[in-house]
Structure formats: C-alpha cells, structure tokens
Design a protein around this ligand. Structure first.
Ligand SMILES: *Cc1c(COP(=O)(O)O)cnc(C)c1O
Length: 379
C-alpha cells in the first residue's frame, strides 16, 4: 500500500456497534464485565481504551512496525524507554538532543544510576569507543534539533546489533512520511505526536513503535504500571491528524525548500542550517534515508548579535514566536532561551548552538506570504 492510502486507512475500522467511519471517543474509565474476570478485552481505561487501540494500530502501520503504543506525551514515551534499563546501565546519545530529553536523562535518570554519554553521532564509527559491557541503549535523533545534523540510522543500527544494544530513534523531526527507522534496523521509534502526527498544535501526545513482541510487552507493562496514558479525546485528534500527514508534509517540504533558499540568498542572513542543501555535511545520508527534507531549519543573522536575533524574533507576524513545531502554522523560536534553555550554556556553545540561533518550523501557508513576513522582519 502506498503512503497516502496507508495514512488515511491505517488502524481504523468502522465502529462495530454503529458503523461510524471515525473511531468514536470512548470517554469512559471502566467497562462492565459479563461475569467476574470475563470481559470484552477492556477492563479499565489505564490499561485499554478502544480509541487508543485504534490509534495504536495506526501508529504501528505508519512506521511499518508490528506494534504501537500511545503515551500522554513524547517525554512520557521517552521515559518508558529509559525505564527498560537498570542502575549501572549506560546509554549513548547525541550531544544535540531535544532539550526535554536532555533534562529527563541528566536531571531525573542520572540520579537513579543510569549513565549517559552525550556524543557526536554524525560519525557512526566514533560510537564504538563508548560501548562497553554496560551499554544497553543508543538513543538518536536525526535530523537533530535545532542544528539539523544527520546521523546514519543504518550504520548505527549495525553497530548496535553487534553489541546486542537497543537502538531507539526519536523520529519526531522527520515524521514517518520522510523516514522509517524500523526499516533501517532500529528497535524502537519514538515520536512526539504533539508535532507532525497531530499536526494542528492542539494536542500533547507521544508514541512508540516496534517489531518485537517482547519489547512491546515490556513497554506496555511499564506504561500500565507508571500510568502515562493519553485520554481518548487526544487519541481521536491524533488519529484525525495522521489522515492528512502526507498532504501536510508535501507542503512543509515545498515551503521548507523555498524558505531555506530565500534565507540563504539574503545578504543580511548568515549561516542557514537545512539538510536539503547539497553542501550540508549530512546531505548524502539524508538523501539515502529520507524521502525529502522537511520544513525545519535554523539560521543566524550575518550581524551575529543577540539583539539582532531578538529583533527578528519579535518582528514576524505570520511566524508566531512559540515553542513546538510541526503544526500547520509557521513558528519561530529562540532555542537558547526557549526550547533548549534547560541545556547549560557551556554545553550548548560547545555543540555549536549559539545564543543568536533562530529556528523555524515552516508551516503549510502559502510560501509567498511566509517569505514576505520574513523579508519584513529581517529588514
Ligand atoms: C517535542 C519533542 C519531544 C517531546 O515531546 P512532548 O510531546 O513535548 O512531550 C521529544 N523530541 C523531540 C525531537 C521533540 O521535538
């Protein structure tokens, strides 16, 4: 089945009691049992909910996985993956992670005795020197947030397999339309469904997809025990969002290219980070593992001052100044003070994330209007 058809039909069957074409929002906390211990597969809504079941089938299908699990947020999905580990275990992850993942790893899990190595993942072979008998998980993002670095999923998956180490890919930035890490050898895919999957900036949710029944059962057990489940209304919203993912992504990619090229040609703009430029250091790998290059990018003004960056950040009208990404509306963000403020400044600078970096999530408006908005703000 082709991508668009899959996104529209994934996981949804007409409702068995009424024929409703959209899965209803089963707003219930419990289910009446026929006899003690005898039920229709639904006992209590922390464990199961039919709207969530439909979404989880869709999650599996859109990432070409066997199983999907829906969580109350992207961070909750990440939390469940780390809870597979035990004190003394080690994780290797990118040094330019999503700020919330860094905070969860360094401020919560380190104190439970799990060790994290934050390294440059663009050099896959460089990972080997950090692997030892305690290494249990490799955690990557590609493209990374906000510097759009690319790492080679297939190469890293091969290294993980050699050492019997799990590989989890945070695929939020690419979305399943652009990239499918399970097909490239990853064990788990994680999404902040808050972003492209939901797509309309109206829901917080997370997802995990995998092929192993054992991993699925372990992660489901963690979820049921710790309680990070999404409500049925939120599941409905993401189910609806997925149906137009391919249409939205096509426009995000088109607009992304138009705006990246516009910024690059602007005399007042300095460096532009977008993985669709042929001279981007990760271009060849991006071309190999992604179907297109998306609408996420970052840039600096040529006059590389914080004041100049702040002036641009406060001057756009269509690009709203806000955290988050992947919605239909365009957003502009200042990673140093917003999405990545939880990373110590020294760490940020060491990894190339300057105080004057501006990140764009290019939406699906008309590109001409977006360019005009940026032109006025840049001046
Ligand atoms: C937003 C985001 C997350 C966290 O997801 P929430 O839904 O906000 O909890 C994780 N990774 C990336 C790349 C993100 O952009």
């Amino acid at each position: 089945m082709k991508t668009g058809t899959k996104f529209i039909h994934a996981g949804t069957e007409p409702d068995p009691s009424t024929g409703a074409i959209m899965t209803p929002i089963y707003q219930t906390s419990t289910y009446v049992q026929e006899a003690p211990g005898q039920n229709k597969g639904y006992e209590y809504a922390r464990s199961q909910n039919p709207t969530r079941t439909a979404l989880e089938a869709a999650y599996a299908a859109i990432e070409n996985g066997k199983f999907g699990l829906a969580f109350s947020s992207g961070v909750a999905a990440t939390d469940a993956v780390i809870k597979l580990l035990s004190p003394g275990d080690e994780v290797i992850c990118s040094n330019d992670l999503y700020g919330g993942s860094y905070r969860l790893f360094s401020k919560i899990f380190e104190k439970f005795g799990i060790k994290f190595h934050y390294i440059n993942m663009q050099d896959a072979d460089g990972i080997r020197q950090y692997i030892n008998a305690s290494t249990k998980l490799i955690w990557i993002e590609t493209p990374t947030n906000p510097l759009m670095n690319i790492c080679d999923i297939e190469a890293i998956a091969a290294i993980a397999k050699e050492g019997n180490i799990l590989l989890c890919v945070d695929n939020t930035f690419a979305s399943p339309y652009l990239q499918n890490p399970l097909d490239l050898g990853a064990d788990i895919v994680m999404h902040s469904a808050t972003k492209y999957l939901g797509g309309h900036s109206d829901v917080i949710q997370g997802a995990l997809m995998m092929n192993s029944q054992e991993l699925r059962d372990q992660l489901y057990f963690i979820q049921k025990s710790c309680g990070a489940v999404p409500g049925p209304m939120d599941c409905f919203l993401v189910l609806r969002g997925i149906k137009t993912l391919h249409l939205r992504m096509q426009r995000h990619c088109e607009n992304g290219r138009a705006i990246a090229e516009y910024l690059r040609s602007h005399p007042k703009v300095g460096k532009v980070w977008w993985c669709g430029f042929e001279d981007h250091p990760g271009y060849a790998i991006a071309k190999k593992q992604m179907r297109d290059f998306g609408g996420m990018m970052s840039f600096e003004m040529k006059d590389n001052s914080i004041d100049e960056a702040k002036r641009v950040l406060s001057s756009t009208k269509l690009f709203a100044l806000a955290e988050s990404l992947g919605g239909v509306e365009s957003l502009i963000n200042h990673p140093a003070s917003m999405t990545h403020a939880s990373i110590p400044r020294e760490e940020r600078l060491k990894n190339g994330l300057s105080d004057s970096l501006i990140r764009l999530s290019v939406g699906v408006e008309d590109a001409e209007d977006l360019i005009e908005d940026l032109a006025k703000a840049i001046g």
